[in-house]
Design a protein around this ligand. Structure first.
Ligand SMILES: Cc1cc2nc3c(=O)[nH]c(=O)nc-3n(C[C@H](O)[C@H](O)[C@H](O)COP(=O)(O)O)c2cc1C
Length: 221
């Protein structure tokens, strides 16, 4: 696959086979992704990968917080908060497109809650990764982390490994800190569940539309 094909073919995978990705491949992907550009070459990113028994313990610890009724407490304001206008419209279209593919009615709040909870089950993926940067940094540095994360996602796609970026994995950071190896002073921006895609799962048929070129770009000469 070349870069164009990889970008065209990638989509968020939310249904996984249980077999792990060999650690050598995970390390190779991150080793390439760390070549991503960043402002003043600060490289503010860190990625903490959690697999195996640690992944199982982490899922249990996060779900314990959720089941205890704890409200989300992300370290940075979440990307989906306070959206307006076209952005709010796209956010709703994304949610209802997702529920539609899953055969969930808009007013079926129980089914929506069960589906939402799968975020913290890592959608059954054998691995979860947590992207963080120093808490003293700002949105400009978050751009660098985003470039790093997209590099990881494309390198995974090129190798036939599926993944789902998840802001939801930044919502309950305490158990993540207790299990994953996050640098002191870093704050989690986003998570990424990954592994090999399970064939035939309905959740992997979700496809999201994009705005037209002339909506997202303007050209002046
Ligand atoms: C920063 C970021 C946070 C996201 N958070 C979540 C999430 O918490 N849960 C989820 O299921 N998908 C999440 N997504 C996936 C988006 O819904 C998805 O990328 C978008 O709808 C486009 O679909 P595609 O990735 O299949 O092309 C997130 C994506 C990004 C880039």
């Amino acid at each position: 696959m070349n870069v164009t094909e990889t970008i065209r073919q990638r989509y968020s995978v939310r249904g996984f086979r249980p077999d792990p990705v060999p650690e050598s491949i995970i390390r190779e992907v991150i080793d390439v992704a760390r070549l991503a550009p960043s402002a003043s070459n600060t490289q503010p990113w860190h990625v903490a990968v959690v697999s195996g028994e640690a992944r199982r313990r982490l899922q249990a610890a996060i779900l314990e917080e959720i089941d205890a009724g704890k409200a989300p407490y992300p370290g940075f304001p979440p990307g989906g908060a306070g959206l307006q206008g076209d952005y709010k419209r796209r956010q709703y279209a994304c949610a209802f497109g997702y529920y539609g593919t899953m055969g969930i009615a808009r007013d079926d709040l129980d089914a929506r809650r069960v589906l939402g909870r799968k975020n913290w089950e890592f959608f059954g993926a054998p691995h979860a990764a947590f992207l963080s940067m120093p808490g003293t940094m700002n949105r400009g540095n978050a751009l660098d982390v985003g470039i790093f994360m997209q590099s990881i996602m494309l390198l995974f796609a090129e190798r036939g490994i599926g993944c789902c970026p998840q802001g939801a994995l930044a919502h309950y950071p305490d158990p993540v800190r207790a299990v994953a190896s996050i640098p002191e002073g870093n704050v989690i921006l986003c998570g990424l569940s990954f592994g090999y895609e399970a064939p035939g799962e309905r959740i992997n048929q979700v496809r999201m539309p994009r705005e037209a070129l002339d909506t997202v770009a303007s050209f002046v000469s």
